[in-house]
Write a protein that binds this ligand. Sequence first.
Ligand code: AHR
Length: 331
Amino acid sequence: MHVSRRKLFAVVAAAGLATSGLAACGDGTQDDEAGGAAGDTIVLGFAQVGAESGWRTANTKSIQDSAKAAGIDLKFSDAQQKQENQIKNIRSYITQKVDVIAFSPVVESGWEPVLREAKEAGIPVVLTDRAIDSPDTSLYVTFLGSDFIEEGKRAANWLVQEYQGKNETVNIVELQGTTGSAPAIDRKEGFAQGIAANPNFKIIASQTGEFTRAKGKEVMQAFLQSNPDIDVLYAHNDDMALGAIQAIEEAGKKPGVDIKIISIDGVKDAFQAMVDGKINVVVECNPLLGPQLMDVVKKVVAGETVEKRILTEEGVFTQDQAAAALPNRQY
Ligand code: AHR
């Protein structure tokens, strides 16, 4: 008689060892409870946020390509930016008894009940890209992704340097990401911390653009109508910045010149906008998490220890670096 991967994870989790990453076992025998794949093929259920941005499209492709290359049976779902859909999708993976569940939480809070269900079912959970707001870290094996507070600080650092030695008021408008999501909360906070020392920097308007081009454009139009003196736009992602550029141009202003633009992600279109002088700086956020995720999944299934927090490495790109970097951008 063999012990299935999930049964062993349940025992290990109950013993409080899940936080060390010792989560499951590759027992080398056929798993009678495996979610649809025979024998030792690992089954991974991935509950994606949606397809809201160029970043997300690249992230999805990276996960799909990497699963294929790693020989992992991927069950993929798209929650269309709705937490209730994502919870349903995670529950479906629990019912299907997959070996590992990974997901990028659409918002930070409200995950404990469904993650407890996964834990009780003995299914290890990997957070990718976005964290959850819960003191119970035993609900997931690891969190793989960027430091969004650091990204916000990097965005602010560029601004601080840009206005160094100038004693003038700088009116900033902010396009926030999805309300309640980790990147929206942390990028706002990191940026606010970064500009706090200089009272000349004033955030005169801040609203969600939901990480999409359409909403970024719409909210920027409203900003422009109610604020005639905008100096800087801080957009929490490239898609919103690119939408806002259209609004700025339609209002007869020059993006990147009349209104300086700081963005986050680093998709090709944003690099092109930097080459065109329309975005001033991009703080990179790497969506190519697939290879690292598949490594983590294999380790978890093999019962190996994984770090509780796996950080991705990222840079900052300015207009003078954009043309050289553009041909090498992978997303
Ligand atoms: O969680 C990462 C963020 O989500 C990206 O910055 C944004 O483009 C995406 O939609």
